[in-house]
Design a protein around this ligand. Sequence first.
Ligand code: MLT
Length: 317
Amino acid sequence: MPEPPLVVIADPVAPAALELLSKGPGRVVDASADPAMLPSKLGAAWGLVVRSRTQVTEALLSQAPQLRVVARAGVGVDNVDLKAATARKILVVNAPTAATTSVAELTVTFALLLLRDLYAAIQKTKEGGWQRGLHGAELSGKTVGLVGYGRIGREVARRLRGFGATVQAFDPLLTRSPDETPLVPFDDLLGKSDIVSLHAALTPENHHLLNAERLARLRRGAYVINVARGALLDEEALLAALNSGQVAGAALDVFETEPPTRTALLTHPHVLPTPHLGASTPEAQRRAGVQVAEELLRLLRGEEPLYLVNTEVVARP
Ligand code: MLT
């Protein structure tokens, strides 16, 4: 009798996901504690569960001849070679709604922190200082430009409106706005926003979307937030814009290389860096794990996946 399909967990996922999978018809092996163990498990793998640590490259896929599905317990699939997976007819599924609230809340937190210059105030007070007087500005009445208006962008917009901010968005994938946020050309957004916040998926086309030229088109003294992917932003250009005062401050949860290496950017007095923790809440991680576990169970039962990323794979003969 053939063995039940094997699901290999490559990166740590919420225990609830393992629990769900272990009750399903497949076998599960958790290789997340020791990445060195992964290659020995790939040969028999039917399913592979990853977060962002494992790079699902052509080389990795070539070690997994029986692989049918890669499940990304998170939103971004930039660590998965989609072309290579599609060519091998491997389904790639993700958990697109898992982190929406966590990332939206982080974005609004960053906006408030930047505008009030709160990190500096907290640091100085902890060091024994007591500087009162005018410090920072309100979010209410400011204009925030969202670059990318998918699930996360929309939730950010909803929250910002609650603070009395005006929101505008740029998204080349949308022909009309799904809500009251106006979609505007990129240049208009740059020139008319007090804060520009990135919420796009990283693709080869939008690498360094916010480059020196575009940073120069911002309102002088605008703020930049990046909670999406580091390579959407040219970090050298951002550093220059911070040094010249063109950009007043930046909050960065993601970097071109992680962990980041540009010390001058990380330690800049007007930069708030965090270690890619937008989705690092128990709520988001539980949702991500459970969503991909449910997706794998659906596939094991022969049902259609809900969150197929490389839809063209099913159309291939
Ligand atoms: C995501 O894409 O889900 C988040 O950026 C978190 C992660 O990469 O795991």
